[in-house]
Design a protein around this ligand. Structure first.
Ligand SMILES: Nc1ncnc2c1ncn2[C@@H]1O[C@H](COP(=O)(O)OS(=O)(=O)O)[C@@H](OP(=O)(O)O)[C@H]1O
Length: 457
């Protein structure tokens, strides 16, 4: 298995900003800003007309509990109060949208292999598909999320999975969310006693990153119990209150960790403050994946539910002739990880967030699981011996537990073949994401190597 390159020096975070790191970040930010400025000047930005919008500070109107927001880490990457969305007043400055011009008016690259290199494809089962952002209707103010210093429109029900393929076939230690109220599924190895606790660790994203694979693998650990479905507490169900949320959780014994995964948290403006006010020591896990492939996977999921939607190529652009990427489309926007992360770093130190590589989770699941278990303070119980590569599925699967004959590969909704995407569109998207990816690497101190675009052919 390929090894991670030596990690770069720790980046400045909301909690630790040593002088050298700050200088490095400043330099990088400055260079991004210059690039951004150049693109802005080169482009007919009047055609973008990305408006500014008034922004509530993160968490405004929330119950108290959050610390005073740290200064943004991306002060000059974007102008303040940028909103990407239709039908809004023209901006005095070009915005993030100008970055969409990164690939503008460029001759197409040499053709590359179509679509998604990993051939992972996605299969449906993701219940939000028919509610996704394909129809870009104006959103109510509560459906806005603030990212860094900008506002982005959020799908009212940005969601990833209903986990329908998992329901009813749970082995191990799960429950089915609110439905079974803590009753273990068939084949459970954990007795149904103990008490329900609020989660101490959350998989907060990203949608289509590999969150289900991670949750299924970690719940093999005897000291982890997790909800089978996505509770969506910190985005959709917050008004139901913490007791509702606690009741959704499985019962745990002393020493066991309660977990859940809801990938839309990562792009939900209110989530960091809400989670912080629940427990400021909550451990957060983010599975990230090349944003271009992630976007295609996201699209594939929606396509599986709504075959009549426009092509990816159509949806990806505001104006294809001009090369203007539509960053208001959720499939694109979710992949701007640096901006979303900025929001989290207002409330949580970087040390409390683990970034798992979605790519490595496929090629080296045990390696990624070792990091996850270390991060959670667990003994390394989930190891190579728990995985095998299933050739038919094309993915690693969990070996059968001794007491069950249930299949341990993920369902059809994970690993569907992606449609072929025009290589030129992929190229433009890569260019669009590049500065954000670089910033994300600097913020996390991890190089996910998405720029080595071999992996995205
Ligand atoms: N072991 C294993 N089996 C199957 N699939 C795997 C696995 N590990 C990671 N992946 C990748 O997970 C992608 C789906 O991500 P998520 O589970 O986060 O999707 S969701 O947001 O919950 O809908 C899914 O994306 P697609 O391939 O696009 O379907 C897979 O690439």
């Amino acid at each position: 298995m390929a090894q991670w390159p030596a990690p770069p020096p720790p980046p400045p975070t909301a909690s630790s900003k040593g002088p050298p790191a700050r200088k490095l970040l400043f330099m990088c930010t400055l260079s991004l800003s210059v690039t951004y400025l150049c693109y802005s000047l080169m482009s007919c930005y009047s055609s973008l007309q990305f408006p500014l919008a008034l922004q509530e500070p993160p968490g405004a109107g929330e119950p108290s509990g959050g610390p005073p927001p740290s200064p943004p880490l991306l002060p000059s990457l974007l102008p303040p109060r940028v909103q990407l969305g239709p039908s809004r007043p023209p901006p005095p400055l070009p915005s993030l949208g100008a970055l969409a011009n990164a690939s503008r008016r460029e001759p197409p690259d040499s053709p590359q292999a179509p679509g998604d290199h990993w051939g992972l494809g996605s299969s449906g089962g993701e219940g939000a598909a028919n509610r996704d952002a394909w129809i870009r209707t104006p959103l109510a103010p509560t459906e806005m999320i603030t990212v860094q210093s900008g506002l982005f429109e959020r799908d009212p029900h940005e969601s990833s999975t209903t986990d329908e393929e998992l329901t009813g076939r749970r082995g191990g230690n799960s429950t089915s969310g609110g439905g079974e109220k803590g009753a273990p599924g068939p084949g459970t190895t954990t007795p149904d006693y103990g008490e329900k606790k609020l989660p101490q660790a959350l998989i907060i994203g990203v949608k289509k990153g590999g969150t289900r694979a991670l949750l299924e693998a970690i719940r093999v650990h005897p000291d982890v119990r997790a909800v089978g479905v996505e509770p969506h507490f910190f985005d959709r169900n917050y008004e139901k209150g913490l007791e509702w949320y606690r009741n959704v959780m499985p019962k745990t014994l002393e020493g066991q960790i309660t977990m859940e995964k809801t990938p839309s948290y990562f792009v939900t403006n209110e989530a960091p403050k809400r989670i912080h006010s629940m427990a400021k020591d909550t451990k957060l896990i983010v599975v990230v994946r090349n944003p271009v492939t992630r976007a295609i996977s996201d699209y594939t999921q929606t396509l599986s539910k709504k075959p009549e939607i426009p092509t990816f190529e159509v949806l990806a652009f505001k104006n294809r002739t001009l090369g203007l990427i539509d960053a208001s489309w959720s499939a694109i926007r979710i992949g701007i990880y640096a901006l979303h992360l900025e929001n989290w770093l207002q409330y949580f130190p970087l040390s409390q967030i683990l970034f798992v590589s979605g790519e490595r989770l496929i090629v080296d699941p045990a390696g990624e699981m070792a990091k996850v278990q270390d991060f959670l303070g667990l003994k390394r119980v989930v190891t190579e011996k728990h995985f095998y590569f299933n050739k038919t599925k094309g993915f690693p699967c969990l070996k059968k537990p001794e007491d069950s004959s249930a299949p341990r590969c993920l369902g059809k909704s994970k690993g569907r073949t992606h449609p072929r995407i025009d290589p030129d569109v992929i190229h433009r998207l890569r260019k669009f994401y590049r500065p954000f990816n670089v910033m994300f690497y600097q913020m996390t101190g991890q190089d996910f190597q998405w720029e080595q675009e071999e992996s995205d052919k």
